[in-house]
Design a protein around this ligand. Structure first.
Ligand SMILES: Cc1ncc(COP(=O)(O)O)c(C=O)c1O
Length: 394
């Protein structure tokens, strides 16, 4: 089952339900009998977890090998193969994927790393966690991602890396950013947490820089509950990452460097493997919804643009509106879930020292609003969302 019409999509209660229904998880009537109520709102996102994932996780549970088994290596190989990278290194989450990536590249105190401010705080926090200094760059007004024009003025002699974020599923122009980094003598990392399946000129995001990172949090296109992945073509970097995530252990009882435990469990990996098989179908469904939204909404609100050469993954469908309060009220009246990503950019967060103002970022933060673009959204729900946005824009 591809998960689009899988009643287990009201998940969070999978194991419980299996116990209570005797694994009869694909039957809507049984779900209702067991008291599972689908919320009356059109949720912004929810994990699409079905009986295939339940079976895979159950298989691992019954195998007795919950960690250190074959599932993690298989997931890594399948994931890297899907993206077209030589190595996949599975870790505990997308934040730590970035943090270990920076550490593996030797970035630390005294180093500057250029990052967008218009991103989830994890991108900047990872830089702080390795002791380096995040330097915030503004975004391109059309794509809301970094561009060479916004990064270049931020480069200094202390810059060791740039982290491009493929925001909302739209690829940043990584070939150009990588060229800029190489010319400056620093490295590009790609934070592709929101963009699994997105391509830039037919090449998967995450494969342009020294490494790319992904998140498998429940709102993401592939989820393992919590989880993350680093991909790279660099054999030595991959080896360092494998050491860092496992206490620096080159062999049992032999620790060649200081590391931590950020391994993925076989339970999570088994779930991720199933999720990965559904990704392309889910992303196609997201793009079809985006086309529908675009057609109807572009005369009334700023719809997301797609740069030439980009294949958007539509992790979010983020519109920009003049009167966000009015739009929020209309969506709430219609029972449509929405998200504000991100109302306060990183450079204005109290956890960071006062920074230079970023005009495009701050403008976007005031106007953005994300509406549901779940692959399982029904045509009727899609119509409800469209109508609510039209009402809110009036
Ligand atoms: C752009 C970006 N980077 C990093 C992360 C961190 O991933 P995780 O929540 O798995 O730590 C996220 C998660 O939302 C994200 O959106």
């Amino acid at each position: 089952m591809d998960g689009l019409r899988d009643p287990m999509c009201i998940c969070g209660q999978v194991a419980n339900l299996c116990l209570r229904t005797g694994n009869d998880v694909d039957n809507p009537q049984r779900l209702a009998e067991h008291g599972f109520v689908v919320a009356n709102t059109i949720e912004l996102s929810r994990p699409l977890v079905g009986s295939d994932e339940v079976a895979a996780v159950t298989r691992v549970l019954l195998s007795g090998q919950l960690a250190g088994g074959p599932e993690v290596a298989q997931f890594e190989e399948e994931f890297a193969g899907y993206c077209g990278a030589a190595h996949g290194i599975a870790v505990g989450n997308g934040t730590v994927a970035l943090e270990l990536g920076l550490r593996a590249l030797g970035i630390g105190p005294g180093d500057e790393v250029v990052v967008p401010s218009f991103t989830f705080i994890a991108t900047a926090n990872a830089v702080r966690m390795v002791g380096a200094t995040p330097v915030f760059a503004d975004i391109d007004p059309a794509t809301m991602c970094l561009s060479p024009a916004t990064v270049e003025p931020r480069l200094t002699t202390a810059t060791k890396a740039v982290i491009a974020v493929h925001l909302f599923g739209h690829p940043a122009p990584c070939d150009m950013l990588d060229e800029l980094c190489k010319a400056h003598g620093c490295v590009l990392l790609e934070d592709a947490a929101q963009a699994l399946g997105a391509r830039w000129h037919d090449r998967h995001v995450g494969t342009f820089g020294a490494l790319g990172t992904f998140s498998f949090y429940p709102t993401k296109a592939v989820t393992t509950g919590e989880g993350g992945m680093v991909i790279t073509d660099d054999d030595e970097l991959a080896q360092r990452l494998r050491l860092l995530r496992n206490h620096g252990a080159a062999a049992r009882h032999h620790h060649t460097t200081v590391g931590t435990n950020q391994r993925m469990s076989d339970i999570a990996a088994a779930m991720g493997r199933v999720q990965l098989t559904k990704l392309e179908a889910h992303n196609r469904a997201r793009r079809a919804l985006a086309a529908r939204y675009h057609e109807v909404l572009h005369p009334v609100v700023d719809v997301p643009t797609t740069a030439p050469g980009a294949l958007h993954a539509y992790h979010q469908y983020t519109i920009r509106v003049a009167n966000r309060e009015r739009m929020c009220a209309a969506l709430e009246r219609a029972g449509v879930g929405y998200g504000l990503y991100y109302p306060r950019p990183c450079h204005l967060q109290p956890s960071f020292a006062p920074q230079a103002r970023l005009a495009v970022t701050e403008g976007a933060a005031r106007r953005v609003l994300s509406i549901p673009i779940r692959p399982d959204l029904s045509p009727a729900d899609c119509d409800t969302v469209v109508q609510a946005v039209l009402d809110g824009a009036r």
